[in-house]
Design a protein around this ligand. Structure first.
Ligand SMILES: [Zn+2]
Length: 190
C-alpha cells in the first residue's frame, strides 16, 4: 500500500467480490470506484490482467449493455500469469485463419445475428480450456461468436443436452458436420 487512499481498482475489486453471480450495472461500478471516469478501463484490467471472470452483454445473451456479472470467486493474485491475455497479434492470426467466421455456427463477423438483434462480434477462445491445461497457441484457439462462446463455456460446466448438441450440429459448417458424422460412424461401425 502506497497510501491510505484505496485505489479505484481496489474499490471495484471489493464491490464485485461481495456480489459474485449478481448482475451489477456500469453505474453501480462507477459509483463503487469513486465516480472515476476510468472505471471501464479498470474493469477490463481485472478481466485481462488479473483473470477475473466478468461477463458482459458480449459474453451472455441475457445481459444488456452496461450490465456485468462476476461469475465466480476471483483468482488469487499469485495466479495472475495463468490468465495472461491472448496477444492482439495471436488474436488477429486466429481470426484471419478462421476467415473471420464463427467456427461453431459459421456466422461471419459483422453479420446480423437475428436472434440477438445486433451484429456479430467474434471472440477468440480456447479449444481446450486453460483450466484443463490448454495453451495460448494458434492450434488451441478458434474464433467463436458470443452465442457459441457462451455455449462452449456452459459445456465446460455441465454436460450439454441432446437438444443443444443437435442445434449445434445443425448450425455447424459443412466441414464440422462431416467431422461429426465421421466420428459417429467410427463410434458405431467399427
Ligand atoms: Zn457461432
Amino acid at each position: 500500500m502506497k497510501s491510505r487512499r484505496i485505489s479505484s481498482t481496489e474499490r471495484i475489486r471489493q464491490f464485485l467480490r461481495d456480489r459474485v453471480g449478481e448482475v451489477v450495472t456500469s453505474q453501480e461500478i462507477q459509483e463503487a470506484a469513486g465516480n472515476v471516469t476510468e472505471w471501464a478501463r479498470r474493469l477490463r484490467e481485472l478481466r485481462s490482467e488479473e483473470g477475473w471472470n466478468i461477463s458482459s452483454h458480449n459474453d451472455r445473451v441475457d445481459l444488456r449493455p452496461g450490465e456485468y456479472v462476476l461469475e465466480d470467486e476471483p483468482p488469487n493474485r499469485s495466479n495472475y500469469s495463468f490468465a495472461k491475455p491472448i496477444s492482439n497479434r495471436l488474436r488477429a492470426e486466429v481470426l484471419e485463419r478462421n476467415g473471420y467466421t464463427c467456427q461453431m455456427c459459421g456466422i461471419g463477423a459483422g453479420e446480423m445475428d437475428d436472434e440477438l438483434g445486433r451484429k456479430t462480434r467474434l471472440h477468440v477462445g480456447h479449444i481446450v480450456d486453460r483450466s484443463h491445461g490448454g495453451q495460448d497457441t494458434l492450434s488451441n484457439l478458434r474464433a467463436l461468436c458470443s452465442r457459441c462462446n457462451q455455449g462452449a463455456k456452459n459445456v465446460a460446466q455441465e454436460p450439454p443436452s441432446h437438444t443443444w448438441l443437435m442445434s449445434q450440429i445443425r448450425r455447424a459448417t459443412i466441414e464440422d458436420q462431416r467431422k461429426a458424422l465421421e466420428w459417429l460412424e467410427r463410434k458405431f461401425h467399427r
